[in-house]
Design a protein around this ligand. Structure first.
Ligand SMILES: C[S@@+](CC[C@H](N)C(=O)[O-])C[C@H]1O[C@@H](n2cnc3c(N)ncnc32)[C@H](O)[C@@H]1O
Length: 79
């Protein structure tokens, strides 16, 4: 569920990293989009605002996994 592809590379965001981005929950209508990019030769996943976000609003992005298996185990992915 937390794999992102950048060219021929994959970013695995499954492991705990201590980074705050890992705390962002899913919504199909989130206020963030993900963008893969290279920073200092390391592939990174950036979370970018779709529009201005009000102070206090929860940050959310679309995890993107619509597979039958994922939806069976994580029905919240549908919303
Ligand atoms: C990357 S973590 C997000 C941060 C997590 N909520 C936490 O407090 O550590 C992903 C996990 O958060 C939960 N999660 C994310 N979005 C959710 C949602 N819309 N509804 C219910 N649980 C969600 C699921 O347990 C998922 O495996």
């Amino acid at each position: 569920m937390y794999y992102f592809k950048h060219n021929d590379q994959h970013i695995d965001a499954t492991a705990e990293s201590g980074k705050l981005g890992r705390l962002v929950n899913h919504s199909r209508n989130g206020n963030l989009i993900t963008k893969t990019m290279i920073v200092d030769k390391v592939p990174r996943l950036a979370l970018m605002a779709k529009t201005d976000i009000s102070k206090g609003a929860e940050l959310l992005y679309d995890y993107g996994d619509r597979s039958k298996e994922a939806l069976e185990h994580h029905p919240w992915l549908a919303s």
